[in-house]
Ligand binder design. Structure first.
Ligand SMILES: [Zn+2]
Length: 418
């Protein structure tokens, strides 16, 4: 069979499978309402109403949005016929059979139906491939953190292909979008293959395009984030017999010199000297809306190298509600975190008299150990790297180390004791 099951079940007069259902006279009681019921419109519905109904239903039932694929195909197929004046007239008179029979010959009829009723993914328009909508275009839109904070409207010019004049039926495929190739495999054996028409790219129509320049006002909402999209529905290139796709602008957040963002929260990094960490600091920053904030430590507030937790977490403090506005609710803002780095003096940077003074002033000075220098060893420390911790001592010889290896592969001797 050329096409798989059709979504309208077995309720159709005359059947649809197999061969030869070409243009016979209408049978007694043909069903000419099913397609209208599928789109939930009246038989007298206008073209506009049919389109409206289709748009609404196809959105609801789109498989990408969790809709039922079968139902979706049914809706697309019904719209395919009812949106075309000729086909609709045929359908009203003769039911589904009339649409296939009069429109094209027997072989083509199967093709037509496979197209409408989902021939297992081989149909040229792919009833399973989604709504009859042209391809959408995504444009990245780089936006500064300031603009994401304050919101902004950007005017962007796009060029789109617009159909000029009336599209004409493709002469190559006679408006089928696909070409049926009959090949002889051997004596008495032929095979039929269907391939997309290359003259019209499977669109069944040929048309002239012109380029149209269009200025779009792109409204960047307060609080938008990386990856958020601003959609201009149906603004992509025009495609014959399809709804044009969308133009999407995808937000790309530019890096900021001062602020880092996560969700609605902002983070700044502040390096303070040991003096500032102990004795206080004030720091003027410009916020994303241009306000100047002076961040001041409270009297006696001590900035530490890390949090007093088991994990060595960086030392942070927070300014509530000074983060980013939330998208859709800009009055609710995130928080502004300040992460500190305490810069200690370098070796030998402090003169002896300063050290003596500090020793007297700071709490918990060193209490010298009492010992006889002749009986103990006095030692000093070298610089070190914690990543090398555990790697001290003599290297184990490679033979001993690999004896217990399960894969027992012959490995080259890597280590040698020197
Ligand atoms: Zn063609």
């Amino acid at each position: 069979m050329f096409f798989g099951g059709h979504p309208f079940g077995g309720g159709m007069p005359g059947g649809m499978g197999g061969s030869g259902h070409g243009g016979g006279p209408p049978r007694g009681d043909v069903d000419t309402t099913k397609l209208y019921e599928t789109l939930e419109v009246d038989k007298s519905a206008s073209k506009k109403d049919i389109r409206k109904a289709y748009m609404k239903l196809s959105r609801t039932h789109h498989p990408d949005k969790g809709g039922d694929e079968h139902k979706f195909k049914e809706i697309s197929a019904a719209y395919e016929i009812l949106s075309d004046d000729d086909k609709r007239a045929q359908y009203d008179k003769y039911g589904l059979e009339g649409v296939s029979g009069d429109d094209v010959g027997a072989a083509g009829g199967e093709d037509l139906f496979s197209m409408f009723f989902g021939g297992g993914g081989r149909s040229r328009r792919g009833a399973s491939s989604g709504p009859r909508k042209g391809p959408s275009v995504n444009h990245p839109l780089k936006v500064s953190l300031e603009d994401l904070y304050n919101g902004k409207t950007v005017k962007l010019a796009v060029n789109r292909k617009v159909i000029q004049g009336t599209p004409t039926e493709c002469t190559r495929c006679k408006g089928q979008g696909a070409i049926l190739e009959v090949r002889q495999l051997g004596p008495g054996m032929i095979t039929q293959m269907q391939r997309t028409c290359d003259a019209c790219n499977g669109q069944a129509q040929q048309c002239q395009y012109k380029s149209e320049r269009k200025v779009l006002e792109v409204h960047v909402e307060k609080g938008m984030r990386e990856g958020d999209r601003i959609t201009f529905s149906g603004m992509s290139d025009e495609v014959p017999k399809m709804e044009p796709g969308d133009i999407n602008f995808i937000i790309q957040e530019k890096d900021h010199d001062l602020f880092k963002r996560k969700g609605a929260d902002l983070l700044v990094v502040k390096e303070v000297s040991l003096n500032q960490a102990l004795c206080g600091f004030s720091w003027k920053i410009q916020h994303l809306d241009g306000r100047e904030l002076v961040i001041k430590s409270r009297p006696g507030e001590v900035i530490k190298p890390e949090m007093n937790t088991k994990e060595a977490l960086p030392f942070v403090k927070m300014l509530p509600d000074e983060g980013m506005p939330s998208k859709g609710n800009p009055f609710v803002r995130g928080n502004l975190y300040v992460m500190f780095r305490v810069k200690f003096p370098e070796d030998n940077e402090l003169p002896t008299e300063v050290v003596e003074a500090i020793r007297k002033l700071l709490p918990e000075p060193d209490v010298p150990e009492e010992y006889d220098p002749m009986e103990v060893e006095e030692v000093h420390l070298n610089p070190a790297d914690l990543r090398l911790f555990g790697k001290g001592g003599a290297h184990v010889s490679s033979n001993e180390a690999h004896d217990e290896d399960e894969d027992g592969g012959a490995r080259p001797v890597q280590c040698q004791q020197s």
